[in-house]
Write a protein that binds this ligand. Structure first.
Ligand SMILES: C[S@@+](CC[C@H](N)C(=O)[O-])C[C@H]1O[C@@H](n2cnc3c(N)ncnc32)[C@H](O)[C@@H]1O
Length: 315
């Protein structure tokens, strides 16, 4: 089965999912994604049937509501999308701006699906008042209704009856995580676009995030975090502190959305940090994954002095 993805979202972990999944256990009872975005990791885990249940959370309410519709009301959502998409042909750009205005007024998640599929590179942008202000892609008309329907039905097939969807602050989610769960976190990156990151609905406070990870360590919860990264020698974001005893895996992510935004050609390396219990369970050592050659692992000197374990197996 082709991995279905109805929602276009810049920053989606879709392309890196299969590499990230190598660092999660083979089977477990519950996956928790507190910063789900498009739920790319939940979808990738579900297609491999590796978890029994899924908790998909994103603070962006229309996005969480959209995921809820994709999973639980797929036919109605696909029908609505088809109708809306077909209305654009008289004047496609004017239609987009009208839908955007309607969305900012109503926050209807079905309109959000259309805007994400139709806007420039699926990249959400909000102004200081929290209004969606991204422009339409002038060269494309957005995902065709038949393709959208296939993707929506595909995600629903994988997750219906197994997923809980919420729109809470991540800290609240982490408080409710159980010891048997596996948590994958992909918070908004810091330090890329200046002080305020207009790409996401909310930012996170570094010290609060570190405190939440400390608490997960104390509760012996397995988690993985996509956090900072680098382009060439330039680091973006602040490294997570060594006191958390995390294992650092570096993933070559290609010419990044960040580099694109900054108009540069650098290859971006994204960091994936594994919690002590998770690293131990999957026998992980710090690694560097080259892009499109994920089978060929290049062992790297741990730059940051993160804890290493005796390697036995990478699954
Ligand atoms: C980098 S994106 C996640 C992308 C996701 N991994 C994917 O594959 O699509 C970060 C997400 O965190 C959400 N977010 C921002 N602040 C949050 C908070 N305080 N609690 C929960 N979610 C938050 C944003 O709305 C955004 O969708």
């Amino acid at each position: 089965m082709k991995v279905p993805h109805p929602i276009q979202y810049q920053g989606s972990k879709r392309a890196l999912a299969s590499t990230i999944l190598r660092y999660l256990p083979d089977k477990f009872s519950g996956l928790v994604e507190p910063f789900a975005g498009t739920a790319a990791i939940s979808i990738a885990i579900a297609i491999r049937n590796r978890s029994k249940s899924y908790w998909i959370n994103d603070y962006n309410k229309p996005l969480a509501e959209l995921l809820e519709l994709v999973i639980n009301s797929p036919v109605e959502l696909a029908d609505f999308y088809k109708k809306l998409w077909n209305q654009q042909h008289d004047d496609s750009l004017e239609h987009y701006y009208q839908v955007r205005e309607d969305f900012n007024r109503t926050r209807d998640p079905r309109l959000f699906l259309y805007l994400l599929s139709r806007c420039v590179k699926g990249s959400v942008r909000y102004n200081s008042e929290g209004l969606f202000n991204q422009s339409p892609d002038k060269r494309r008309h957005g995902t065709r209704p038949e393709t959208m329907r296939e993707n929506i039905l595909g995600v629903s097939y994988l997750l219906k009856g197994k997923a809980k969807i919420t729109s809470l602050d991540y800290k609240q989610v982490l408080l409710e995580v159980k010891e048997d769960d596996v948590v994958y976190m992909d918070p908004p990156y810091q330090g890329v676009c200046g002080d305020r990151d207009s790409r996401y609905y909310s930012g996170i406070v570094f010290n609060e995030f570190v405190a939440a990870l400390q608490d997960l360590n104390a509760r012996n919860v397995r988690y993985a975090v996509s956090y900072d990264g680098r382009t060439g020698n330039k680091t973006f974001g602040v490294h997570l502190p060594e006191s958390l005893d995390l294992t650092l895996i570096e993933l070559e992510a290609g010419r990044s959305t960040q580099a694109t935004l900054l108009n540069r050609d650098d290859i971006t390396i994204e960091s994936l940090y594994l919690s002590p219990r998770l690293a131990e369970e999957v026998y992980a050592l710090p690694h560097f994954h080259k892009r499109q050659k994920t089978e060929q692992l290049v062992l790297m000197e741990p730059k940051t002095g993160y804890a290493t374990q005796i390697p036995k197996k990478i699954s």
